[in-house]
Ligand binder design. Structure first.
Ligand SMILES: Nc1ncnc2c1ncn2[C@@H]1O[C@H](COP(=O)(O)OP(=O)(O)O)[C@@H](O)[C@H]1O
Ligand SMILES: [Mg+2]
Length: 347
């Protein structure tokens, strides 16, 4: 039952108060942040915001996924900074990360790795693919054919790669951040619906509001170069994520709140607009994301509002509309909203 009692700022270590000594302030930030995992993860959001303007909800979603060791699918039209976001998160973490651009000609072995023949030893040895990393940016995942998608989805589920009968475990943490354009785009292969629940969260990256878009332009006008993220420093580590996760697991969840999660998921199963409701796996995912969010918000207990806040991104890809409902213009988010409105909230 750890109540993370968080000091207000990261930079209040005695050293930083002794005036403008020109040492390496960024090292102090790293150390101060590492001593408190919640602060480190909040600092991560601030760091990402140096490159990405707005999109706070998406950044928070990424942090929640990292805490839960879950994979994320980011969906949005081209040009809303999906790639930039994940690159910025990677640059702000002291984790190994790799990026794969999913193209139509990418082969499964280009993701997982393959056996290569070594003439000197006259034997095959395994050459690891980019999936052997902590944070994998799987960019434009729906531009690659199903066979290659399947190799990634399998690695995501099993956290290992099997080649030639040998299972090779992936590093820990192993988190995939995949991006995709909305499926109606030409030349895309929709991800298999039945496997979408391998993603803990599906985040919808919106177009920015006018003010945010103005700030994007101002930053570019002032010389911001999205290719160069060297101004971002690693402010959180795998140890912070592990420590955060341990604190999250100690959170209190009242039986009424557990019941609320179950009732929401059950209601999706009887919704007349849905042909597929959320499974018990979806319910456990909603519990995990709600706990992570409660902890990030500085509480040691989960409220029904936490559950409500995470219901859409956690469940939207785990439910399927009936064709009739779709024809009538229903959306999964709309249906989830009416489900949330219909389920009594515990108090
Ligand atoms: N919210 C934002 N903050 C900063 N730059 C942005 C933002 N949205 C768009 N941009 C600019 O647009 C570019 C396109 O972003 P990118 O990550 O390639 O988009 P996507 O992957 O969604 O197609 C960025 O590199 C950046 O120059
Ligand atoms: Mg992109």
């Amino acid at each position: 039952m750890t109540a993370p009692d968080v000091p207000t700022t990261v930079l209040t270590s005695p050293a930083s108060q002794t005036g403008p000594r020109k040492t390496t302030p960024r090292k102090r930030v790293v150390r101060a942040a590492a001593s408190d995992p919640r602060e480190a993860l909040l600092a991560l959001r601030t760091e990402v915001a140096k490159a990405v303007i707005g999109q706070d909800a998406t950044v928070t979603g990424l942090v929640i996924a990292l805490l839960c060791r879950g994979h994320v699918l980011l969906e949005g039209v081209p040009g809303v900074a999906k790639t930039l976001l994940v690159r910025a998160v990677a640059a702000s973490l002291s984790l190994e990360s790799k990026r794969v651009q999913f193209t139509p000609d990418l082969m499964p072995g280009d993701i997982t790795g393959s056996l290569v023949y070594d003439a000197r030893t006259a034997a095959f040895s395994f050459r690891e693919g980019p999936v052997f990393t902590n944070l994998l940016l799987a960019d434009e995942i729906n531009r690659t054919p199903p066979k290659t998608q399947a190799s990634l989805l399998e690695a995501m589920e099993e956290r290992q790669v099997s080649v030639d009968g040998v299972g090779r475990p992936l590093p820990d943490p192993f988190v995939v951040c995949a991006t995709q354009n909305p499926i109606e785009y030409e030349g895309t292969y929709p991800l298999p619906e039945a496997q979408l629940d391998r993603f803990l969260l599906k985040l919808t990256v919106p177009l920015p509001g006018r003010d945010d878009e103005m700030r994007v332009l101002e930053a570019h006008h002032a010389g911001f170069d999205p290719r160069d993220l060297s101004q971002l420093q690693p402010v959180a580590s795998a140890a912070d994520l592990a420590a955060g996760r341990a604190q999250v697991s100690g959170l209190t969840v009242a039986p009424e709140v557990l019941g609320y999660i179950v009732d929401i998921c059950r209601a999706t199963r009887t919704s007349p607009s849905l042909q597929l409701g959320a499974s018990p796996r979806g319910a456990t995912a909603l519990l995990a994301t709600s706990k992570a969010w409660a902890w990030l918000s500085g509480r040691d207990y989960v409220t029904p509002d936490d559950v409500k806040a995470l219901a859409r991104p956690t469940l939207r890809h785990r439910i399927a509309l009936r064709p009739e409902a779709e024809l009538e213009g229903a959306t999964t988010d709309g249906v989830l909203d009416s489900v949330l409105a219909s389920v009594p909230v515990p108090r």
